[in-house]
Write a new protein. Structure first.
Length: 277
């Protein structure tokens, strides 16, 4: 009796070679860095003002980070992360409260959606200019009120929409069962709708992480602050320090991605069925 390989008798196809997702990510990252290095050293080597490396190589970016020192980045990112975190909590908290209130008073759904759309449609730059005038400038090292407001507005719309869609996706038979046993709309909300809304709500909260960080950085662009990623980018740009701008931008992307992954991990722990586990 002989044992034959399952692939014997047929041509080997690409589907037979499956790499783990993490390895694919590593290979893709290395490929992007190599492509960036080649283009920065050849095609884009003369881009930018004379004497400035508008598009630096990865080596130049790492070099400026080492020369600057970690404390510089820690000081700036600590303030921006505080602004993004406070704005994230305020924006998502208000969005979830509004969504729950709409479920208890369905007639207000139109008003709630119009309010959410209004915060999304108004240019965030215009809101930032008004906030700078109204909000008192922070002390050195303290979070900026303008940045917090913009971070909160950046997450409000997506969380309202995600939470409402999730809360309204509850199984009708389960809602009827609660009603038959004398349960109120509030009981339906606690026992049925919140559980049904977890997948959509957690996804909205995950998407809100990079949005909050971006809103905080934009808020710092309006000035009246002494420390922050936005201010550091402006100073580096004014000094035509291309490698520093790229270092700050790449670190910002890494921080936002890390926060996105962290909330995704928490979502898997809270509601594993929402991620297909």
């Amino acid at each position: 009796m002989t044992t034959e390989s399952p692939t014997r008798g047929r041509a080997i196809e690409w589907e037979d070679f499956r790499l783990p997702p993490w390895l694919i990510g590593v290979i893709g990252g290395i490929g992007i860095i190599l492509l960036w290095w080649i283009l920065a050293a050849t095609v884009f080597s003369n881009v930018g003002p004379s004497g400035a490396s508008a598009i630096p190589t990865p080596f130049q970016v790492v070099q400026i980070m080492v020369e600057t020192g970690p404390q510089y980045y820690i000081n700036n990112f600590a303030v921006t992360l505080a602004e993004a975190g406070i704005g994230y909590l305020w924006g998502n908290g208000l969005a979830l409260l509004l969504s729950g209130f709409v479920l208890l008073v369905p007639r207000l759904e139109g008003v709630a959606m119009q309010l959410a759309i209004l915060t999304y449609c108004i240019p965030i730059v215009a809101i930032g200019m008004l906030a700078v005038i109204v909000i008192t400038p922070p002390k050195v090292g303290e979070p900026s009120g303008t940045a917090i407001v913009l971070a909160a507005l950046s997450v409000f719309f997506t969380t309202v929409v995600g939470a409402l869609l999730g809360l309204k996706s509850a199984d009708k038979s389960s809602l009827d069962l609660v009603t038959v046993y004398g349960g109120s709309k509030f009981t339906q909300l606690i026992k049925v709708r919140l559980i049904a809304a977890l997948p959509a709500t957690l996804s909205a909260l995950q998407i809100a992480v990079p949005a909050a960080f971006l809103g905080a950085v934009l808020g710092e662009f309006f000035g009246k602050i002494e420390v922050g990623v936005g201010l550091a980018m402006i100073l580096a740009q004014q000094a035509s320090n291309g490698p520093q701008v790229w270092a700050l931008a790449l670190l910002s992307g890494g921080v936002a991605l890390l926060g996105f992954a962290l909330v995704g991990w928490i979502a898997k722990a809270i509601a594993p069925w929402s991620k297909g586990r």
